[in-house]
Design a protein around this ligand. Sequence first.
Ligand SMILES: [Zn+2]
Length: 111
Amino acid sequence: MSYGTCRGKDCNATINWIETASGQRIPLNPGRRFVRRPLGSEDTIIVMTREGEAIIGAEVPEAEVEKLRDGGMQIWEGAVPHHVTCPNAGDFKKKRSKNSKGLRFPKRRLR
Ligand SMILES: [Zn+2]
């Protein structure tokens, strides 16, 4: 993982670069987030795990992670891909949905 700064105009956010198993470099926002499989129609977020796997799930507060894992629930840990929150997301992808549901990664390489 390496650190960098988003070159998006008006952004300059700190980002962490990870490289997926397929060699794609993806910028992530700093900070860990935890998600579980969503139940019903909950709001979901997308996180990228350390292994480069994109997981869409319902967010779990960090304080509850251990308890839920003890109860046998699978919790994923990852970080939000920067293009989801970047004000210059148009530089990454053309269309954004109004909420985070149904977000997909763009097929083309991110810069
Ligand atoms: Zn940005």
